[in-house]
Design a protein around this ligand. Structure first.
Ligand code: ZN
Ligand code: ZN
Length: 329
């Protein structure tokens, strides 16, 4: 049996008696990041990166017991050494390194390699066994550089403005929204958000200085909003409050937009392939950099990636079922 085992509550380290991103309540949860499918409600104690503290409080409630650790700092539980390393996915996201009697395992959580200017950039973790996500684990997924995508969004916004249309960007409230706000504010854009986007931005501003998002209300002056950008959560494209802001053009920001037809299926005017996950070359690069001889693949296109790693790199691989969702994309 390995240092980390796969149980019906999640990834479990028996020697340290803790779970990593459990999907059922446990005594001690080690949490890679604050996305709701990784940080589920109900555990007695959470260990998370320092920057996740306010995000977890915002999502799981004020009473949540959270112990924090910085990047490259460690903590020992029953002689099991736990440390966090930047995953580059969203603010506060961490890979979890677990060491016991000289054996090292690393759990990636969600990750991406490109430095987005908001999140601490990804750092590979040397280990014997690596448990990797594979959300975009197919060769068709290859991202363009963020600067190029932001330039495209900026030009799209200017075109909408010329045509007298509101620009509405649909983006996940934690992660994608901050990347848009950070990168597009450099072009001088102002932002308007509803509920989830506005409150998440307040939580981010507790962690670091960050551009403002104005709470979009029916009485917000129309001309002002037309010159700015409306950001709404990705789950919310049919929200009735949007009817007030017409005519509008909607752009969806997601890695899934890379596949033809995805934009049409979601009734968007534009699709921008911006993802908080590693693309296919990124996954391969990150996995190679760990030097791991065994790789477990989960959370996405697990089987094709595992097969590739085995056939092309001669690695020992396994496919593991986890209960993580796709909410952040
Ligand atoms: Zn995530
Ligand atoms: Zn995830």
């Amino acid at each position: 049996m390995g240092l980390i085992t796969f149980t019906d509550k999640g990834l479990y380290c028996r020697e340290g008696d803790f779970y990593i991103d459990p999907w059922q309540p446990v005594q001690r949860a080690v949490t890679t990041h604050a996305h709701s499918d990784h940080a589920r409600w109900g555990s007695r104690l959470y260990l998370a990166h320092t920057d996740s503290f306010y995000l977890l409080k915002a999502r799981l409630g004020e009473a949540t017991q959270i112990q924090t650790l910085g990047y490259n700092q460690s903590l020992s539980i029953n002689n099991v050494k736990i440390s966090f390393h930047p995953a580059g996915h969203i603010i506060g996201s961490a890979q979890v390194r677990v060491e016991y009697k000289g054996e090292v395992w690393a759990v990636s959580g969600d990750y991406k390699l490109e430095d987005d200017g908001v999140t601490a950039p990804f750092e590979p973790v040397k280990c014997n066994t690596f448990i990797t996500e594979s959300t975009f684990g197919l060769p068709i997924y290859q991202w363009r550089p963020q600067a190029e995508i932001m330039e495209n969004i900026h030009r799209w916004v200017l075109r909408n403005r010329e045509m007298g249309r509101y620009s509405v960007l649909s983006a996940y409230s934690l992660g994608k929204a901050q990347r848009l706000i950070h990168a597009l504010s450099a072009y001088g854009h102002k932002f308007y958000g509803h509920g989830a986007i506005y409150y998440m931005n307040l939580a981010i501003q507790q962690i670091r200085p960050f551009p403002d998002v104005t709470y979009l209300r029916p009485e917000t002056p129309k001309e002002e909003v037309k010159n700015g950008i409306i950001i709404m959560p990705s789950s919310d494209t049919n929200n009735p409050w949007l009817r007030k802001w017409q005519p509008s053009a909607t752009g969806i920001c997601s890695g899934w937009m890379q596949v033809r037809g995805a934009q049409r299926r979601r009734n968007a005017d534009a699709g921008f392939s911006l993802s908080d996950h590693a693309d296919w070359p990124g996954l391969l690069e990150a996995i190679k950099a760990t030097g791991a001889e065994t790789v477990y693949v989960t959370h996405g296109f697990s089987a094709p990636l595992a097969r590739y790693l085995k056939e092309e790199y001669g690695l020992k691989t396994g496919v593991v079922q986890t209960a993580f969702g796709e909410d952040e994309e």
